[in-house]
Design a protein around this ligand. Sequence first.
Ligand code: GAP
Length: 494
Amino acid sequence: MNIEEVASYCKRRGIIFPTSEIYGQVPGFYDYGPVGVELSRNLKNYWWKTFVQDRDDIIGIDGSIITNPLVWKASGHVDSFVDPLTECKKCKKRFRADHIVEEKTGKQTDGLKNEQLSELIINEKIKCPDCKGDLGAVKSFNQMFCTNVGPVEGNIAYLRPETAQSIFADYKSVMDSARVKPPFGIAQIGKAFRNEISPRNFIFRKREFEQMEIEFFTKADKKNDCLDYDKISNLRLKILSGEKQEKGLSDAEEMSIKTAFEKKIFSNKWHAYWTATFYQWFLDLGIDANKLRIRQHMKSELSFYSAGTVDIEYEFPMGFKEVQGIADRTTYDLTQHQNLSKQNLEYFDEETKTKEILYVATEPSLGVERLLLLVLFNGLKEEPERLVLKIHPKIAPYKIAVFPLIKKDLEPKAREVYNLMKEEFSSFYDEAGSIGKRYRRQDEIGTPYCLTVDYDTLKDESVTLRMRDSMKQERIKISELIPKIKEAIKKGLV
Ligand code: GAP
């Protein structure tokens, strides 16, 4: 399936559709439908459970989207959060210069300066994709959305372009209230806004999206003291180094985390640990390892705050693309906020009686929409008789669908079973159409277990349980359903 087909499937099945479509689409903005909202919440809950609730070294916050605008001055976003823009001299349409150059020439543009992009546009004779007019010199375009707070004109504020800064801006309040010692992380899930010049590829590049981020702090001289490093160091994965890309090569090599660390793919051991941990998390979700790779950023493309970044990329139909960025953010942000706010953001070590700004050894930053898109591309299978979304039961929008074989006579019993299931699992009741059609509808949205209530149910209190992937059916007592399904979800049996 290509990206347009997936977008059309998402609309048809109530997963995602363009926002306020009756008035015409606003590019870069989408809404979740009834199925999509369940799926995205399950992904976020699973992330939160794994990285916050199940760990002793990470605590969570939920910051507001609008902050004091000085946050964005200190973070560098006001001055540096820009994309290269070129305008058609004839039709006045505006485009992302690097994307246009990449599309027309196939050349890698990461890290190129505006002047270099302008030169490429001239030398490669690149014209406006819409009207073939001449394109103007490349300029920087700040991606932050701006708004006005309260009735006073000029009281400007920005919609946050990353959730990370709420963590840094709240750092003092968190440290004053939570008893944490490095190494520890602060996590957050929330909305971020970027006025992308050309949002594209359905939900891959949106203007309003969600991020799941962790800022993981260590003492600066302890960023290689990662107790669990040995547990992940033998994990093998495909890695495309920055050095290879600088030579114009694009083939990833399989190597262990240990070898990659020795080759300086990672900036520190926590950086290696978090990359491996998230890679493993993707595998546990059932993502195909053959479609995943780690790409190290070249020095020229590193964000202004980063001492080293790797991306976890997935092979979408439009090529390998970033799903998660994992950066070593150094002491940059806390130092900047300490300087501008004039508040002391140093950590006082009770044992050594020393003070220091803590070091963000790793920031794993995952976009909810990109994860969702990856889950769809990875799970959607076109089989001869059906389209089926093969996703892990723990993230499935509905765990169970309940059908009466025939509505007349069997509805009350079927509703009784449905109500029982609803207490434990997100469930769906369907009595419309043939059983075959009802199975197909559930297959398409990834429901792992379907229960059919028939005339025998009225006699022996049993139902037919049908598994999504194997399509195997078995008869099971209603009283045994809940433990059986709980076990199947836990083990990923479908
Ligand atoms: N705090 C670091 C940061 O924001 P980033 O690489 O700009 O780093 C992190 O973004 C993640 O957020 C990306 O890997 C991607 O999953 C998601 N993301 C970024 N821009 C996005 C957009 N316009 N639409 C959807 N997701 C986006």
